[in-house]
Every structure is written in C-alpha cells, then in structure tokens.
Design a protein around this ligand. Structure first.
Ligand SMILES: [Fe+2]
Ligand SMILES: [Fe+2]
Length: 263
C-alpha cells in the first residue's frame, strides 16, 4: 500500500498496485467518500490485508464506517471484504445482485446487511445521493460504478484503468506514449470483447457517463487525471478499432515466469 491521498473534495484514494509482468504495474485503488456517512468503495487486495485495514482505519474509525460499496466480485476489489465487514459492524454492504450471487459461491455474507442496486438507481447514503452507473466496459456482469454530484467524480471500477511503467499518482507523471499503450493494453486485456464492438456501440455505452459530465474519472486501476475526462472517453472508443488482444502464449509465459515469482 502507498499512503492515502485526496482525489477531489472528501474523496480519498487508498492506493496500491500489483506487478503485471510483461506489462508493468497495475494500480489497484480503493476509495473512501468521507462525510458524515462514510462510504468505502472496494476493499483492496487480500495479500496486503493488514496494511489495507491499517490505511483504512487511519482515515475512518471502524464504528463510523456506514457503507461498503463493492463495484464487483473480482479478487482485487473484494479482497478484504469479510475483514472489513467484521471490523465495522454498522457498515452495510451495497452491491449488484449478480456480484452478490458470485461471491456467495464461496463466502457466507451477512445478507441482512446487504442492499442490492442496479445501474440508474440512486444510492442515498444519508449524507448524499450517489448515482449508480454501469461503466462502459467491465469484466463482471455484476459491475456497478458511482457518480457523485457533490464532487463531480465518477468511480468507474475497472474501466479507464492503465498499466504503468511504475506506480505514480498523477497522469502528468506518465509519458503520453506509455499512457497510450498502457491504457490500450489493459482495457483490451481486461475487456477482450471490445474487439467485437463497433465504435458507435461503445460510444453509446458512454452516453450516460457523458450526460453526467463528470469532472474526474476515478478508475480502480488508474491514476489521477484531472481535465482528461474527454480524452479518456475518446481513447476508450478507439480501443475497439485495435486488434483483439492476445494473452502471452506458453513461450512468453515461460519468459515471464521468474518475474511472476515462480523460481
Ligand atoms: Fe474486474
Ligand atoms: Fe479490477
């Protein structure tokens, strides 16, 4: 984990990253909307659970955490969910029903603490109203994001993520070329179906986000990119015009294996 920082208004980033051999590093962010009814968005990597919880509780007392909003069921988002639920008994869990079903294949979640939401609904935290949205690209059918009218921030789950040569906080610390390739690689690898989509179709998937007109897109796998919302949306449409992503084959995997930690 890296030290938390403020992205906009009362929205904090709890930043981490994972090595992505062959691609660089992938940011892995959780977020805290810290008002009178704090909302944790995603729960970090299980591999650094103690560190994640220490970072989280440095920002908010466990008894004060009101909500856990889970964008989807993937490991890098739900990693410490059970530990956070356990430590913050007042917190309710908000997520999509499909993601809940998938997590329930492995975990016993406290269903009486769960609220399910769908894209298009409002999520009233008791301190603000957040709009639940469907990010334009996603890798789980249970994916939901959020738009916060108070700060103008949209939280987009996996969408708009990027591989980086090294972890940085702000897009200005990445070269244009590295950002272009890291963005295209991640968004094609994580959402391979974009190669089947015509640009106007993906453009339509961006309609709701464009209508909301966020001042900042915060991806679970991105860096701060103030003033880059339009550019990022244009780049997202462009990835459908690129060749389908092909994952490393056996020879490439063997070349990467040491880097992946297998001696
Ligand atoms: Fe995902
Ligand atoms: Fe993810």
């Amino acid at each position: 984990m890296e030290p938390p920082y403020r992205a906009a208004g009362d929205i904090h980033v709890l930043p981490s990253s994972e090595e992505a051999p062959g691609f660089g590093v992938l940011p892995v962010n959780a977020f805290l909307i810290d008002d009178d009814r704090p909302v944790l968005v995603d729960t970090g990597l299980a591999t650094e659970g103690d560190d994640f919880l220490a970072t989280l509780w440095s920002l908010v007392e466990p008894d004060r955490l009101a909500w856990i909003f889970l964008t989807h069921d993937d490991r890098d988002h739900a990693g410490n969910l059970l530990r956070v639920l356990d430590a913050a008994p007042q917190a309710r869990l908000v997520m999509n029903y499909v993601a809940l079903s998938k997590l329930s294949e492995e975990w016993s979640l406290p269903l009486d603490r769960v609220s399910v939401v769908n894209p298009g609904q409002q999520f009233d935290t008791g301190a603000r109203r957040l709009t639940v949205l469907r990010p334009p690209v996603f890798d789980s059918p249970g994916t939901v994001g959020l738009y916060d009218p108070a700060t103008g921030v949209a939280l987009t789950a996996d969408a708009f993520g990027t591989y980086l040569p090294e972890l940085v906080q702000d897009v200005s610390d990445v070269s244009k070329g590295d950002l272009h390739s890291g963005f295209a690689e991640f968004n094609r690898l994580n959402h391979p179906w974009v190669s089947l989509v015509e640009p106007p179709t993906l453009d339509r998937a961006l309609y709701e986000l464009r209508r909301l007109d966020p001042s900042l897109l915060l991806s679970s796998h991105g860096v701060l990119a103030h003033g880059k919302t339009t550019t990022l949306m244009t780049s997202m449409v462009e990835i459908c015009t690129m060749e389908a992503f092909v994952a490393p084959d056996q020879a490439a995997f063997e070349a990467l294996r040491d880097e992946m930690g297998d001696e």
